[in-house]
Design a binder for this molecule. Structure first.
Ligand SMILES: NC(=O)c1ccc[n+]([C@@H]2O[C@H](COP(=O)([O-])OP(=O)(O)OC[C@H]3O[C@@H](n4cnc5c(N)ncnc54)[C@H](O)[C@@H]3O)[C@@H](O)[C@H]2O)c1
Ligand SMILES: N[C@H](CO)Cc1c[nH]c[nH+]1
Ligand SMILES: [Zn+2]
Length: 425
């Protein structure tokens, strides 16, 4: 963990190094992913089988039958079933409001114009499963895909040592997923994108994952559509000295426990509070079953920044970090929120822990990482849809705007373009 103060002489340099650190996608990961993608493209099932044996240590059939998902749902304890259903209902109602409307109108020149939205045919939904199981990510992927109207929903999820998490299967049943494949990592993303002898390819791949999964999606963009790069989790907490240090420590570790490559950052204007949070983090690390992973993340990538003035300094720093999650723990978070422009998702006020967004609030928890909130947004219904524009002219409308097209075709030196208009005029 490194500690900085905005009044340090070398603050600008050290902060820039933190912003520029490509912690999740070094050359090693990128080269290895490129090899895996090429291998799966060439050898299909055989490559996926070998890589699954290497990384997930099993040789089981990959396809998990729908009957197993249905049985997993039926066997859920009431508390788990209620929690899953509550989460699914809230996520569905939030995403239903994202459905876009078609446009169809005639402009002042008499030209009919519009755009029609349609869903992709098949979506590959990556549900992580290496260090933890993620039924919540299944909901976050599958529900917007269903709302969009995707016909074929294909889940890929690793099952280390062949052990499957029943809640993931139950969530697949609840969401009406069509296929569940127990494969993970870059090889699963490649199988979904290229197709293999047993897995038919998809049109878009969405969902979160570790460095290998995120890099595979990034490299395959263009072969398939992707939502965005959603890699190892991140949290930035902006907290004043009146915040509860134990709450803030838990918030920081809630994302550190995902992955040794995760990142947790605290910005506060109270140095004594920063000391207490650091002590609380140490205490909590000793108690968590995930402490080893969280400690690696906190040691290597944790950051504590003491600012001189929270409102004046924190928003600009946060905008440069463009973190996946930003929590604002103050009595009145609005002034800081108003100045925030680059963040995946924002959690306002002392009683809004980030974990509520991970599970039950409603907005999607699949969010851009690695400073990509500068240009990308969280997963939405629109990631499973595309827009087709349309144009329709009458003879009179062609007469009104056609001559300008002829002029532009002449300027571009493309005479067949101009002729196709002129012959109709
Ligand atoms: N940004 C988001 O929206 C979001 C949401 C949820 C989870 N996450 C992130 O998802 C990730 C889940 O990671 P996970 O590891 O638990 O599961 P995962 O399913 O993402 O990754 C497991 C797979 O990684 C591959 N792998 C592991 N080590 C490898 C190596 N050395 N070389 C090549 N491939 C290797 C294996 O194929 C394995 O099946 C975490 O980083 C978490 O923070 C992000
Ligand atoms: N925090 C993760 C997104 O970075 C999502 C998640 C799922 N389960 C727990 N957390
Ligand atoms: Zn989380």
């Amino acid at each position: 963990m490194q500690r900085l103060s905005t009044s340090d002489a070398d603050f600008a340099e050290r902060f820039a190094a933190i912003v520029d650190d490509r912690r999740e996608s070094d050359a090693g990961v990128s080269d290895k992913v490129a090899q895996i993608l090429a291998d799966v493209r060439q050898r299909g099932d055989a490559a996926v089988r070998e890589l699954t044996e290497t990384y997930d240590r099993h040789r089981l059939d990959w396809r998990i039958p729908a009957s197993e998902c249905e049985a997993a749902f039926a066997a859920l304890a009431p508390e788990a079933r209620d929690a899953l259903t509550l989460a699914a209902d809230r996520i569905r109602s939030y995403h239903a409001a994202q459905l876009p409307e078609d446009r169809d109108y005639r402009d002042e020149a008499g030209v009919r114009l519009g755009a029609r939205w349609s869903a992709v045919d098949a979506a590959g939904l990556y549900v992580p499963g290496g260090n933890a199981a993620y039924p919540s990510s299944l909901l976050m992927n599958a529900i917007p895909a269903k709302v969009a109207g995707v016909e074929r929903l294909v889940v890929a999820t690793p099952t280390p040592d062949g052990v499957v998490n029943p809640l993931v299967l139950a969530a697949a049943h609840l969401c009406g997923v069509d296929e569940v494949w127990r494969i993970g990592g870059a090889q699963a993303v490649a199988a979904l994108a290229y197709g293999t002898e047993t897995i038919a390819r998809v049109d878009v791949i969405t969902g979160p994952g570790n460095a290998w999964v995120a890099e595979a999606k990034r490299q395959l963009y263009g072969v398939v559509g992707i939502d965005m790069v959603a890699g190892p989790s991140e949290i930035l907490v902006i907290a004043d000295g009146q915040s509860n240090p134990a709450w803030i420590a838990a918030d920081l570790l809630s994302q550190a426990e995902h992955d040794p490559s995760s990142q947790s950052i605290l910005i506060t204007d109270d140095a004594a509070f920063a000391n207490t949070v650091e002590a609380e983090v140490e205490a909590l690390l000793g108690q968590l079953a995930t402490g080893e992973r969280a400690r690696l993340s906190w040691q290597d990538y944790g950051v504590v920044i003491v600012a001189s003035d929270l409102l004046a300094e924190a928003p600009a720093l946060a905008n440069r970090l463009a973190a996946e999650h930003v929590e604002i723990s103050t009595d009145d978070p609005e002034p800081i929120f108003a100045a925030l422009r680059h963040a995946g998702s924002v959690f306002l006020g002392r009683h809004t822990p980030e974990a509520i967004g991970d599970y039950v609030a409603g907005p999607n928890h699949v969010l851009p990482t690695g400073r990509r909130a500068r240009f990308a947004s969280g997963l939405s219904v629109l990631d499973f849809m595309k827009r087709t524009s349309f144009i329709s002219l009458t003879e009179a409308a062609l007469g009104a705007i056609g001559p300008a097209a002829v002029t532009l075709a002449d300027i571009e030196g493309l005479p067949a373009h101009g002729t196709s208009v002129k012959v109709r005029l």
